[in-house]
Design a protein around this ligand. Structure first.
Ligand SMILES: [Zn+2]
Length: 194
């Protein structure tokens, strides 16, 4: 489950009973912490322990991941997004990796997974954009595959900002995909409707 990166805000929402269970929409309450993890951010490594929550309805437990983390990826989503944008713009994975200070094989892994998920991503963010902005016009094809997926990302990001106010676009994508943007199993992406 993806929540805001501001831990104090998440804590207040959790204690105040304002977070809903993704399974049953019941009220989530505090339930300790998950193990420590390290997220590689532009500003340096961030060590943190995600909050765990338990649903008062279905009793299910959930780990609350910040909206700058994608599932099973150690680098923050904005770095991954910058790599994807540069690649769609024509840059190869090695120069991107050198510029971002990330291993070339890691960047290649992101790009391959984004390409493999491109159609599911395009469809998800097109649905999300329309849900966020019912008056949205048709999304113009950008040239197929990853370019169309990235265009849908941009359109959904603009629709989100119009509705909720400024937020970095890749953090919005993290929330809309429930952290699953680069997951191998895309079944949840295919059915997620914001
Ligand atoms: Zn529940």
């Amino acid at each position: 489950m993806i929540v805001c990166a501001e831990q104090a805000l998440v804590e207040a929402e959790l204690v105040g009973g304002l977070l809903a269970c993704p399974s049953c929409r019941g009220t989530l309450g505090p339930w300790g912490h998950a193990r420590e993890r390290v997220t590689r951010r532009v500003s340096g490594d961030w060590r943190w322990r995600p909050r765990r929550a338990r649903c008062r309805g279905c009793q299910g437990t959930h780990v609350l991941l910040a909206d700058l983390c994608l599932s099973r990826r150690q680098d923050e989503v904005e770095v991954i997004g910058a790599a994807i944008e540069a690649h769609v713009g024509g840059e190869g994975h090695r120069p991107i990796a050198a510029r971002l200070g990330v291993a070339a094989s890691t960047v290649r892994g992101w790009l391959r997974r984004f390409a493999a998920n491109a159609e599911v991503i395009r469809a998800l963010f097109t649905r999300s954009a329309v849900a966020l902005d019912p008056e949205l016009g048709p999304i113009v094809p950008a040239g197929g595959g990853v370019a169309d997926a990235l265009e849908a990302v941009a359109v959904a990001g603009r629709a989100w900002v119009l509705r909720f106010g400024p937020c970095p676009v890749w953090r919005i994508m993290c929330r809309l995909s429930a952290g699953g943007l680069l997951s191998r199993n895309t079944s949840s992406l295919a059915t997620t409707v914001w």
